[in-house]
Ligand binder design. Structure first.
Ligand code: PLP
Length: 356
């Protein structure tokens, strides 16, 4: 079976096998990682190794802190303005889709927000650098690198005179990244990092002084950083699994350059098949097509049910589009092998021939 779910998403088989082997007895300690104190030497070693491997994969500079939190990317929508508005100013956002809209709504609850640029109606292309108009008192500029539902991705890193903040939930670790261009990067884990329940935040250390005084403790980046993300009980098992994914990326895949090449090939195959057919279509401007989430529609909506049922019978799982847009969506995250795309493309050709 191949799993094209948008999230929680497929995990590398090698990671699941290792987790299975270590489930009851972690390295002869007589207990599961799930049962360990997060303060134990064994778990602290797991946690530190995960951070070390992540730092190596993304070449994270020393002046950035890495936080392993809970609450999902949605909690970051709120946590972020609490942490960055202590010196005043207005949060600025680029609007390119549904997730960005939710982030903007949370900033508005707290402080108001300025939309510095947005996609044209239809959300088929991202705004260009020249379109970005910050408010005079901008505190930061937030954007969504990859809109998971629309399948719309930035093909550049926006620049600004204020810290750039990015929701990378559905694209982190898909390719190498210049972390130094960002003030804060955050991501829910359940696509390219590990299981749901863990949220990654990478924050430039000098920004840890900007929290609003009323920031709740559990929302406070500084407090979390000072406590090694163990201010309270962390999502320890998810943290361990993320560590296994980072090891897999380093050792089995060979790093993010190699991962990026595989991801580029996977996406090219699927978009190529969509573009070569009149039966399938995807509306996104070529340069902004997501390599991670590929939404597409059939020429005849009435065939959606048959497409999904036959795909599932062929072992191609979770291809139903997001409930807000309909159609299909194939998510091609890191753990989805190229063979999955080959199988999908040949199923699509066969379905078109029979039913198109
Ligand atoms: N941002 C993006 C780009 C997402 O894809 C998602 C989830 O799919 C979220 C935010 C929300 O993440 P969470 O469910 O971890 O709150």
């Amino acid at each position: 079976h191949f799993n094209f779910c948008a999230g929680p998403a497929a995990l590398p088989t090698a990671v699941l096998e290792r987790a299975r082997d270590e489930l009851l007895d972690y390295q002869g300690r007589g207990l599961s990682v799930m049962e360990m104190s997060h303060r134990s030497d064994a778990f602290v070693a797991i946690a530190e190794a995960a951070e070390r491997d992540l730092r190596e994969l993304l070449a994270i500079p020393d002046n950035y802190r890495v936080l392993f939190l809970q609450g999902g990317a949605s909690m970051q929508f709120a946590m972020l303005p609490y942490n960055l508005l202590g010196q005043g100013g207005t949060p600025n956002y680029l609007y390119t889709g549904i997730w960005g809209k939710k982030a903007i709504a949370e900033a508005r609850h707290l402080a108001g927000a300025h939309v510095a640029a947005e996609s044209a109606p239809g959300l088929t292309a991202v705004p260009r650098q020249a379109d970005i108009a910050l408010s005079e008192d901008a505190a930061y500029l937030h954007y969504t690198a990859n809109e998971t539902i629309g399948g719309l991705a930035f093909d550049y890193i926006p620049e600004a005179s204020v810290p750039v903040v990015c929701d990378m939930s559905s694209s982190i670790l898909a390719e190498p990244l210049d972390v130094s261009k960002f003030g804060v990067i955050y991501a829910g884990a359940q696509k390219n990092i590990g299981p749901a329940g863990l949220t990654l935040v990478i924050v430039r250390a000098d920004l840890l002084d900007r929290a609003l005084p009323q920031t709740p403790s559990m929302f406070n980046y500084r407090l979390m950083a000072e406590n090694g993300s163990m201010y309270n009980t962390p999502p320890s098992y998810a943290w361990y699994l993320a560590g296994l994914v980072f090891q897999w990326l380093k050792q089995d895949v060979g790093g993010l350059e190699a991962m990026a090449e595989i991801n580029a090939r996977k996406a090219a195959k699927l978009y190529g098949a969509i573009d070569a057919s009149d039966f399938y279509s995807n509306p996104i401007t070529a340069g902004n097509r997501s390599r991670m989430n590929v939404p597409f529609v059939l020429a005849d909506d009435a065939l959606n049910g048959a497409f999904l049922a036959e795909a599932e019978a062929a072992g191609l799982l979770n291809l139903k589009g997001h409930r807000s847009v309909g159609g299909m969506r194939a998510s091609l995250y890191n753990a989805v092998p190229e063979a999955a795309v080959d199988a999908l493309v040949s199923f699509m050709a066969d379905f078109e021939q029979r039913r198109g």
